[in-house]
Design a binder for this molecule. Sequence first.
Ligand code: GUN
Ligand code: FE
Length: 388
Amino acid sequence: MPGFVDCHIHAPQVAQIGLGLDMPLLDWLNTYTFPLEAKYADQKFAQKTYAKVVENTIKAGTTLASYFGTNHKESTLILAKEALRQGQRALIGKVCSNQNSPEFYVETTDKSIASTEEFVKDIQKLETDLVKPTITPRFALSCTKELMAKLGEIAHKNDLHIQSHISENLSEIDFVKSLYNTSYAEAYDNAGLLTPKTVMAHAVHLDDEEITLFGKRGTSVAHCPASNNMLSSGLCDVLRLIKNGIKVGLGTDVSGGNSMSIQDAILRALDVSHHLEFVKKQEIKGSGRLEVQDQAYQPLNYKQAIFLATLGGAEALALSNITGNFAIGKYFDALIVDTSNYPLHNYNASNDNKSPDLILLEMIQKFIYVGDDRNILRVFVAGNQIKN
Ligand code: GUN
Ligand code: FE
């Protein structure tokens, strides 16, 4: 099958995966995440961690990842070189943040801009199609208007990919609105940061006008169900986004998310969609407790979720011209999945007079619903085997 696309993962946070998931977003950032990311000033630490991150995401079947690094240009370049060395397709961003961050992990505006420009040049010097730079304001809260506008300019001048976070958590949204005096989406749009090459993580609480703006700009969403659960951010209605013409992919959002696997993200996205169905169909008892009622709500199905994990993700990252499925002319970015052993335990479906199409569909269901990375025997990117 086509390889998995992870539209949103923080490589440095893999060092704390599974830890500190007992707080909402802003406390979680200040207590656990900023102190960890500050450690990537140490390039030896970065080298050791990033080699493992790329190895483990490949093991989980990720052939294309959109990575956040840290504020540090040098360490983030190490991440880019690791993806290239191990043969993974990757978009990589040096993170930018010049306000509302602890003094041990904040940049000046000038430093943030200069090191972003240097980072873009450094990646271009690698002379590869596999790894590309991404303009990465951490989120509107941690960047001034001035920095955001400058990052928008750099992206436009060089036709670069852009990634950030939007509308993840209600306290965060209130804070951003008070800083910018606009909607969260307009804060990015006014800086020229909503483009067809932009992917925004979360988008849990976007209002109708913001969704319309995303549609107009061709901007995509990385749906990160594990993280939205773990940090109690909310239930993202991805079908609402898709119905409004927005491209959606899946993200693990490690380490807000607790799993590096996009196959796991498929299941978590299905869970969230079923939970939304329950909420929307619940009877209003007494005094109209629920505002959004929709008795006709149909949850995401597994085929749609697999699409989000593969071609949908490639579209969201504006790379579906080269990857995401097996259309002629694209690179062979693929997984060889073996369902003949675990979890089938040698159950041989072909004995039941089923059509080849049904057998294939059942193999895929078994892998997605019950299997794991033990079923992924080989991983290919651009025709090169990168895991065996
Ligand atoms: N918003 C700003 N930074 C982060 C981060 O590292 N993780 C998540 N989930 N949201 C963020
Ligand atoms: Fe994130």
